[in-house]
Design a protein around this ligand. Structure first.
Ligand code: NAD
Ligand code: MG
Length: 390
């Protein structure tokens, strides 16, 4: 029986993974080692009981007593805090899904790689913040990373083993998010509630707002570069409102191989779970006659400065990705808390990138977690609205 762990089990991706695991037979099909979550203790305990996990871990030390209560009589261990999450990730398991949101996913992801495990990676932030470190740890320990972001799973499937030198370009699509058709004057006044509704995908609030600002696509451009090793000039973005084609790979002989499917994350998660086989998944079959039209447009980089920043970050290299990711997380916190407006997020990120470049330069890649955390702190500091126009 295969053993699995799910980090970030209580989130949107974690729930989709749980659905797949339970449909497959739950504890009859998989031996669950660890499940982790943050504040939704009742749900974490419920999932741990359903999958008969060995251990459930909350990120919040102050919630440990609640978790113990919720697991009473089950025989499931409880633990709390970021170190306990990293320790849970380090426990041997055949397949580990990292579905934690944000830079907090990096340390446990590295633990999975260091034990040579298979890491199904939804946590794109770890590749943005520390792509070189993540990929070199994977190589060093013979670990396997399987992309779970829909576009990257699509590229992975469309590459079909072709060497990179035969690839002309890779195109990832963007739905355009909640504000695709909004005039710029209206965008300035966009509220958190408006930015939290995605037209096609049901996702966590933070990534939904990142989709509206195109920061999600900015992270994905960097993720493509870091994971596949494709240079920035060969990574393209197309706005595709129907979200049916997730990505396509254009080969040197003029053929483009596209990946199509309903916008349902259970495909990318299930593909990684069944890899290298393909198994049946509860994803609606594609009915192109019903959809009728697939449309595409080039995104306007004036309107979406996040896309320009992603390309600048790749060209700068070194620690720029760690700063962009952290600054974006800070700006998003400030927007959600009502401290800044929707259109203030990109300038805050740019301010942090400029300040960090002036302060220390980006030339060297962070070689360990401590260095990444140092850059992360600087990025958050300079992006914070209290930093003003530093
Ligand atoms: P979410 O906010 O719905 O869930 C996040 C999970 O992480 C929850 O289990 C939460 O408890 C946990 N968590 C939050 N803060 C934590 C912390 N500090 N330490 C440890 N755990 C913490 O997020 P999501 O939408 O499921 O996204 C998860 C990841 O997958 C993100 O990296 C996101 O970019 C990526 N992703 C999501 C989707 C999607 O459809 N939701 C698609 C592609 C990629
Ligand atoms: Mg995506």
């Amino acid at each position: 029986m295969r053993s699995i762990s799910v980090l970030g089990a209580t989130g949107s991706i974690g729930e989709s993974a749980f659905d797949l695991l339970m449909r497959a037979g739950g504890p009859k099909a998989y031996r669950t080692v660890a499940l982790t979550g943050a504040t939704n203790i009742a749900r974490l305990a419920e999932m741990a009981r359903a999958l008969q996990a060995e251990i459930a871990v909350t990120a919040s030390p102050e919630r440990l007593a609640d978790l113990r209560d919720a697991l009473a009589g089950s025989g499931i261990d409880a633990a709390a805090g970021p170190e306990a999450i990293a320790e849970a990730a380090a426990r041997p398991a055949d397949w580990t899904l990292s579905a934690i949101i944000g830079a907090a996913g990096l340390p446990p992801g590295l633990e999975v790689l260091r034990r040579g495990g298979t890491l199904a990676l939804a946590n794109k932030e770890s590749l943005v913040a520390a792509g070189r470190l993540v990929m070199s740890e994977a190589n060093r320990h013979g670990a396997q990373i399987l992309p779970v972001d829909s576009e990257h799973s699509a590229i992975f499937q469309s590459l079909a083993g072709e060497p990179l030198e035969n690839i002309e370009s890779v195109t990832i699509t963007a739905s355009g998010g909640a504000f695709r058709d909004w005039p710029l004057e209206r965008l300035v006044r966009a509220t958190v509630a408006e930015a939290s509704c995605h037209p096609n995908w049901a996702m966590g609030q933070r990534i939904t707002i990142d989709s509206a600002s195109m920061f999600n696509k900015a992270l994905e451009i960097i993720e493509t570069h870091e994971f596949f090793g494709i240079d920035e000039g060969r990574i393209k973005v197309l706005v595709h409102p129907q979200s049916i084609i997730h990505a396509f790979v254009s080969h040197r002989d003029g053929a483009s191989i596209a990946h199509m499917g309903a916008p349902d994350m259970r495909h990318a998660i299930g593909y990684a779970l069944n890899w290298p086989q393909r198994g049946p998944l509860p994803v609606a079959p594609l009915d192109l006659a019903e959809i009728g039209n697939l449309t595409f447009a080039t995104p306007d980089e004036q309107r979406w400065p996040a896309l320009r920043l992603a390309r600048e970050v790749i060209r700068a290299g070194g620690a720029a990705g760690a700063v962009l990711n952290a600054a974006k997380e800070q700006a998003l916190d400030d927007f959600i808390a009502g401290r800044i407006g929707f259109c203030d997020m990109a300038p805050a990120v740019e301010r942090a990138l400029d300040a960090c470049a002036r302060e220390a330069g980006f030339s060297a890649d962070p070689t360990d977690l401590e260095q990444v955390i140092g850059w992360d702190r600087r990025g958050r500091h300079y992006a914070a609205c209290t930093a003003g126009a530093a």
